[in-house]
Structure formats: structure tokens, C-alpha cells
Design a protein around this ligand. Structure first.
Ligand SMILES: [Fe+2]
Length: 385
């Protein structure tokens, strides 16, 4: 997160004595990434954040691969993923490789009786349905339809939903998720040509400090296992923090589309970047305005990247037979393009209401058993005339 933020009370000088009102010291924690070179925050805890009381069971939650090497274009019916009560159990990994796990979740219940931490991956949660509050040890972020929540690895969190009707697209990224470097100047500030700016971020707020001792269950995802650890103090016991490493939200509805006289390439839609994949937002926008423009995209061979499109809302102009919650996978190695009829039909159209999230990976994706269950099985033939 390339801006500085702080909440609560912090001492004037880092690494110095920070006294509690009734005696004793707060416990400082450096919460950093990439060794000591990446973004970091300094947090001040009522209790030591290291007090492990018990280590319980560990369960294997690694994705079950059905197709290791894929060349088939696929359409997944995302809303066929069945809702489940528990947030973590609801996660269904669909398309995965060593860099990222892409999946869907339809959790019904809030997390109330445990805390969660993903030790390996930054998480991107895209909220398709539902609203609520992401609660973390660095503060809370209210969320709603259309929000991206970026949760850097190691953040301890709970999620609170307002209703049971929730649909989430998620990406667990084993590389840090950043805003695209080309949108930022050398100080980190978002430039004028960036499709969004710092005002659009949803930063953590309402830091709550729980001074409680007892037994607090934390589920920690690491190396494909979900470990259960019991801590002796409440994980949300931070009295204050500052720094650059924290979760934040950004609404897809605040992404300002870049348009042109002729068809603009996918990078204009880029929203986030990692060293192994990009995340793009396709938002309602005006179409190309050259008198001979063809608004639908040309056929294209993303010869060395897999393309995952998650359809959120509106009518997706270059596809037929697509509904909200569907995922299309166009694998590296073969071209894809508009469906028959859509190329010609797009001519003369002035605007689109389409809303979609695209994830393009630089390494091929594997197909999980969960994905095959919601695969329509015939999409790869959908370009036949
Ligand atoms: Fe494409």
C-alpha cells in the first residue's frame, strides 16, 4: 500500500518506551514484508503478540487438481458454487498455479468464533454480492457490492456479513499485490493518468482495542494446511499503529475507464499488478469513436498468458451465453475472440454497461476438481459458425 496511514495512539519515536496509563509498556511489533525491504507497519499491543498456548490440528486445504495441463477454453457457472456457513469452508479454489489460487466463495455466516490469517498469500476478495465489515487488528473496513479488498499476507482478520447472501471472487496471491507501477511517480503518488487516485481507497478505520486474556483460536493458512493455534490474548489488542502495510478497499465503481477512438487494449483496464499476474476492471464506459471503429475486441492470441474473466454485471458485449457469476478461461497457446455475430453487432454501439474482473496469469493455470463440477463442458466449441 504506497501511502502512509496511522490509527490510534503511537509513541513519538519508534522503538522507544511507550507506557500504558496504569503502568507497564505496550509491546511493539514490526509487521513487514520481503524481509525488511518491503512495506511495513509498526503496531503497539496491550499483550505480547507471541503467546501461543496450544497448537491443535492441521487440515489439508490444498486444491485438488483434476487437469494438470490444460488447453481447453472453459466456462464455469460460478453461481453453481454452493453456499456454505463457514467462511473458510466456503472457499472453492478453481484455477490455480504456483503463483495464484483463483476461486469463488459463497459464505453465509460471519467469522465470530475464530480469527484467520493467511501466512503465505496476499488475498484479493472481490465482493459480488453482500456487504459487511472486514475486521482486522489494524482497523475495520466496511465493504459492499463492487469492492475489492486487498489483504496483505499475515493480516489477522474476521469478516462480518450483513446477510447470508454473499458471493466473493477471490485470488490468493503468493506474490505481493500492488497498484501498477506505471500509475505511480517515483514518490509512490498515483499520477494524473491513473484510472483512480488515493481518495478512492477505503482505508482501515475504527481501530478497536480488546484487552482480553483467555483462549483465542486462530486458523493460519500456511503451505496448503490450515493450522489451528490457540493464543492467550485477544489478537485485536492494538492500541495504535502506523506505516504502509495494511489492508484496504477499492470499489470497482470508482475505476475511471480509459477510452479511445479505436479499441483500447486490456492494459488500460489494469487495476492491480503482481510479478505473476494482473487484475483488470472492465467497467461501464463509452465505446470507441472513430467513424469506422469496431467496439468488440479483435481476436487475440495471449500466447503466453492464461486469461480469466469473471462476469459481474451488465451485458458482456463480446460474448454470448454469459451471465453474472460466470467465469471464462481462455488458456495460453490458442487464440480467442468475440463470439460469432458479436463483432458485427458491436458496430455503431455507443456505450456498454458491462462490469467484469479479469485476471491474466503469466504461467498456465491448472483446473481443480471443484472447477470441473461447474464447467459447462462445451464452451471451447462456442466459436463455431
Ligand atoms: Fe481476451
Amino acid at each position: 500500500m504506497p501511502i502512509y496511514h496511522k490509527l490510534g495512539k503511537i509513541p513519538h519515536k519508534r522503538h522507544t518506551q511507550f507506557e500504558k496509563p496504569n503502568g507497564g509498556l505496550y509491546y511493539e511489533q514490526l509487521f513487514g514484508t520481503i524481509g525488511f525491504d518491503g512495506m511495513s507497519s509498526l503496531s503497539y499491543h496491550v499483550h505480547r503478540p507471541t503467546q501461543v498456548k496450544e497448537i491443535g490440528k492441521a487440515i489439508d486445504v490444498s486444491p485438488k487438481i483434476a487437469v494438470e495441463k490444460n488447453i481447453t477454453s472453459r466456462k464455469l457457472i460460478g453461481f453453481d458454487v454452493q453456499p456454505k456457513d463457514d467462511f473458510l469452508e466456503a472457499h472453492e479454489p478453481l484455477l490455480v498455479n504456483n503463483d495464484v489460487h483463483i476461486g469463488l466463495a459463497a459464505p453465509k455466516k460471519s467469522i465470530t468464533d475464530y480469527f484467520y490469517k493467511n501466512a503465505d498469500a496476499d488475498e484479493m476478495l472481490f465482493i459480488h454480492k453482500g456487504s459487511g465489515t472486514l475486521k482486522t487488528f489494524l482497523g475495520n473496513i466496511p465493504f459492499e457490492y463492487g469492492d475489492y479488498l486487498i489483504i496483505p499476507r499475515g493480516m489477522i482478520y474476521q469478516i462480518e456479513f450483513d446477510t447470508e447472501d454473499n458471493r466473493i471472487l477471490y485470488a490468493e496471491s503468493f506474490h505481493p499485490i500492488y497498484t501498477p507501477k506505471r500509475y505511480r511517480n517515483w514518490f509512490g503518488q498515483l499520477l494524473e493518468h491513473s484510472p483512480y487516485c488515493e481518495r478512492d481507497y477505503k482505508l482501515p478505520q475504527d481501530l478497536q482495542t480488546f484487552d482480553e486474556k483467555g483462549e483465542f483460536l486462530m486458523k493460519i493458512k500456511k503451505q496448503g494446511m490450515l493450522h489451528e493455534l490457540v493464543y492467550a490474548s485477544h489478537p485485536f489488542d492494538v492500541i495504535g499503529w502506523d506505516g504502509y502495510n495494511f489492508p484496504y478497499g477499492f470499489s470497482i465503481h470508482n475505476f475511471e475507464p480509459i477510452t479511445g477512438r479505436v479499441h483500447q487494449p486490456p492494459p488500460v483496464h489494469q487495476t492491480f499488478e503482481t510479478s505473476a499476474f494482473v487484475i483488470c476492471s472492465f467497467c461501464p464506459r463509452l465505446y470507441d469513436y472513430h467513424p469506422k471503429a469496431i467496439p468488440a475486441p479483435y481476436n487475440h492470441s495471449n500466447i503466453d498468458s492464461d486469461e480469466v474473466l469473471y462476469y459481474v454485471d451488465g451485458d458482456f458485449m463480446s460474448r454470448t451465453g454469459i451471465g453474472p457469476g460466470y467465469i471464462s478461461l481462455h488458456p495460453a497457446g490458442i487464440p480467442h475472440g468475440p463470439h460469432p455475430g458479436t463483432y458485427e453487432a458491436s458496430i455503431g454501439k455507443k456505450s456498454t454497461e458491462e462490469l467484469a474482473v479479469m485476471i491474466d496469469t503469466f504461467k498456465p493455470l491448472k483446473i481443480t476438481e471443484n472447477a470441473l463440477k461447474i464447467d459447462d463442458g462445451k464452451y471451447y466449441k462456442s466459436w463455431l459458425e
